[in-house]
Write a protein that binds this ligand. Structure first.
Ligand code: AMP
Ligand code: MN
Ligand code: MN
Ligand code: MN
Length: 276
């Protein structure tokens, strides 16, 4: 049987549209054999996902996507094959969970000043106990006709430098890598092409990441172009990083991204699953 890996996805434990059970079912239907659930700053979806795997014959790779700050810039670090019971990891992410909640209140206050009232209670309700992300705000603005698309919500309100943007210092990059490694996992740079930084900053970042125990990079993500794959691949070779593949699936409503629908990893690079 051919293995189909998808090592980056979200559930309702953060900003995904599907419950962990629904996500696993969909992964199975899409022919995914190994799925990593990597919710933003939480591992709360993992136990339900693990249970669902028993009925849908999918192999769950326990994961997380940690929000980090390095040199005042935000980077997402995916931890794969982690032990969800590891104390250092669970206590480390607690701070991030508090920050998310506090940031959500501040974003709501800023929206209030833009004559968009009562957002906080609505996003809390929508998140239903999961992590509150800017996606929840984008959804609210879209469904209540303040904007014509989620993208417009980021462009007009939520994106960096926009009126409802709240600058946040997330986990220290070194700490996040340390938590992941302590939990027996592998630290991976998520969607390397999505950071708006220069080549030289990217090189500094890759050097720092590697020197501090980072071991992998996403070479293929949901919407990578051929050129983006080539550039990510060259980083993997140059910095001796393992290659990961992940759709970053959030919702069936996004027709451009599907679980397991990913380009094939070139045979020349070592895939991260060889070390699981
Ligand atoms: P947060 O971590 O709360 O800042 O939210 C980040 C999440 O918002 C990402 O994981 C994406 O799901 C989503 N997101 C960020 N930027 C955009 C954008 N420009 N358009 C649509 N969704 C975005
Ligand atoms: Mn997200
Ligand atoms: Mn991300
Ligand atoms: Mn993600």
């Amino acid at each position: 049987m051919t293995e189909v890996y998808d090592l980056h996805s979200h559930s309702t434990a953060s900003d995904g549209a599907l419950t962990p059970t629904e996500l696993i079912k969909r992964a199975s239907e899409q022919g995914v054999t190994s799925l990593a659930l990597t919710d933003h700053d939480t591992i709360n979806g993992l136990s339900e996902a693990q249970l669902a795997c028993q009925t849908h014959s999918v192999n769950l790779i326990p994961g997380i996507e940690i929000s980090t700050t390095w040199e005042k810039k935000c980077f997402h670090i995916v931890g794969l094959n982690i032990d969800p019971n590891n104390q250092l990891l669970t206590s480390g992410i607690q701070q991030l969970q508090q920050q998310r909640s506090q940031r959500a209140q501040k974003i709501a206050e800023k929206l209030e000043k833009k004559k968009i009232p009562n957002v906080y209670s609505s996003v809390v309700k929508a998140a239903n106990g999961g992590m509150i992300t800017r996606s929840h705000f984008a959804d609210y603005l879209y469904t209540n006709n303040y904007v014509n698309s989620q993208q417009e919500a980021f462009d007009r309100y939520l994106g960096q430098g926009k009126p409802a943007y709240v600058s946040t210092i997330w986990a220290d990059l070194q700490d996040a890598i340390h938590w992941i490694r302590s939990a027996g996992g592998v630290a991976i740079i998520a969607h390397p092409m999505r950071y708006n930084i220069t080549q030289s900053w990217m090189k500094r970042f890759l050097t720092f990441f590697k020197q501090n125990g980072g071991e992998g990079i996403e070479v293929i993500t949901g919407r990578s172009s051929h050129d983006e794959i080539q550039r990510s691949l060259s980083y993997a070779f140059k910095y001796e990083l393992l290659a990961s593949v992940g759709s970053d699936f959030h919702s069936p409503a996004n027709q451009w991204v599907e679980l397991g629908r990913l380009a094939t990893l070139p045979k020349t690079i070592k895939p991260v699953w060889e070390v699981f």
